[in-house]
Design a protein around this ligand. Structure first.
Ligand code: ADP
Length: 403
């Protein structure tokens, strides 16, 4: 049978997303998610042939969740027979990986060596690879790294101004994340503008629960807002983004915090949640702000202000902007946040078209600025498709086959 499909696995810390994708037609044959793994209200939901299904899986553990997904896929014999390879999202590839690779023992060890840099994510990614290898021993497994796209950043962009030996001996530096998303939307933006990607200057704002922004010159990342870990940069759902690093010592010495408590606070209790005091979810905050909730209003102001500041900085490093791209949950769906941010960008000659902006969202991408304005554009991200395309390319090269 002609093998045309790619199984994509995205193993997060407490959820697993999965999809079976045709990378050529870009059809999503099956996709789903197991959420809240190891909790009382864990569940799986999936869509196959446009039918939505779900099931409670209380207290299911990570291994069991993976097996549940594989059983689900294998119960469809026709589908299983068409799977060419498995593509894995891997969060941290350190400096080792500059692009997607076929996973062998050496690669798996190198991913293990990056574990200290992403202690919540890389172990889950590794488990996904190991279980997939057991279930599909004959299929090529491919790793697609969140960090790889940013490996083109110049040294002055990725170094922190701290003793150099911390970089030389311990690889302490900015890595950046969401690379697969920034790469995907920059390719799409070039297509929409009908310009070769190799000649474009883009600023891509990935605004989901995690948020990051990337300066992309001629198809290459030259700066990005996340750092050694995904905490640095923009204001996020529960993450603070940029802070004064002396905050740690201040809270430890003056308020008696434990250092790990500070870390938890910055990652889980800050950002939109910390400021608004009501939610990390932008929809809830927008609704509250529209009803006059002062904390929600300031949370949104801070979110847009920080975002606009980064856009200004990245305009400087790029020298020009062919397009500002909005993507991910907030970027794709919130006309309110896009409007508020663009209002702060007059110096860069951005003027929103409010009517068009209001109509753009998921499944409806395109330019949202006026004709004489610098271009801002909404593009739904599709990390799974990007993973499927990379996987198909490497798997067909390995097998000398055509898809
Ligand atoms: P993740 O980073 O977990 O993949 P998403 O990309 O799904 O997250 O983004 C989640 C965020 O998108 C949440 O803050 C959610 O409130 C926000 N979001 C989704 N739809 C809308 C909407 N219509 N308006 C405003 N925010 C939205």
């Amino acid at each position: 049978m002609h093998k045309t499909l790619i199984l994509v696995l995205n193993c997060g810390s407490s959820s697993i997303k999965f999809a079976v994708i045709n990378p050529v037609s870009e059809d999503n044959v099956l996709n789903g998610i197991v959420q809240r793994i190891e909790s009382n209200d864990a569940d799986i939901s999936w869509t196959v042939e446009q039918a939505k299904k779900s099931k409670w899986l209380p207290n299911i553990n990570y291994q069991e969740a993976l097996h549940y997904i594989f059983n689900l896929i294998q119960s469809n014999k026709n589908l299983t027979a068409k799977i060419l390879a498995v593509g894995h999202r891997v969060v941290h590839g350190g400096e080792h990986f500059t692009k997607s690779v076929i996973i062998d023992k050496k690669v798996l060890n190198a991913i293990r060596n990056c574990q200290d840099l992403a202690p919540l994510h890389n172990p889950a990614n590794i488990l996904g690879i190991e279980v997939a290898k057991k279930i599909y021993p004959k299929l090529p497994q491919i790793a697609v790294f969140d960090t790889a796209f940013h490996q083109t950043m110049p040294k002055y962009s990725y170094l922190y101004a701290i003793p150099y030996k911390l970089y030389a001996n311990h690889q302490v530096r900015k890595y950046g994340f969401h690379g697969t998303s920034h790469r995907y939307v920059s390719q799409k933006a070039a297509e929409i503008l009908a310009k070769p990607l190799e000649t474009c200057a883009f600023i891509s704002a990935h605004l989901g629960n995690g948020c990051s922004i990337c300066a992309i010159l001629n198809g290459k990342s030259i700066d990005t807002s996340m750092g050694l870990t995904p905490l640095e940069g923009l204001v996020m759902g529960t993450r603070s983004g940029d802070i004064d690093p002396s905050l740690h010592i201040h809270l430890v010495d003056k308020l008696g915090y434990d250092i790990h408590k500070v870390n938890t606070m910055l990652n889980k209790e800050s950002g939109l949640l910390g400021i608004s005091g009501i939610s990390s979810d932008m929809r809830t905050i927008e609704n509250a702000a529209k009803k006059g909730n002062k904390q929600a209003i300031i949370a949104i102001e801070l979110f847009c202000y920080r975002l606009a500041k980064y856009i200004g900085a990245y305009a400087t490093v790029l020298g020009r902007i062919d397009a500002l791209i909005f993507t991910a949950g907030i970027g794709e769906n919130s006309s309110y946040i896009r409007a508020k941010t663009i209002k702060l960008l007059k110096i860069l000659n951005f003027t929103l078209d409010p009517k068009i902006n209001a109509n753009h969202g998921k499944g409806n991408s395109g330019i949202i600025t006026k004709i004489n304005s610098s271009i801002a554009i909404v593009i739904p991200t599709n990390e799974e498709l990007m993973i499927a395309k990379d996987t198909a390319l490497l798997a067909t090269k390995k097998q000398g086959a055509k898809i």
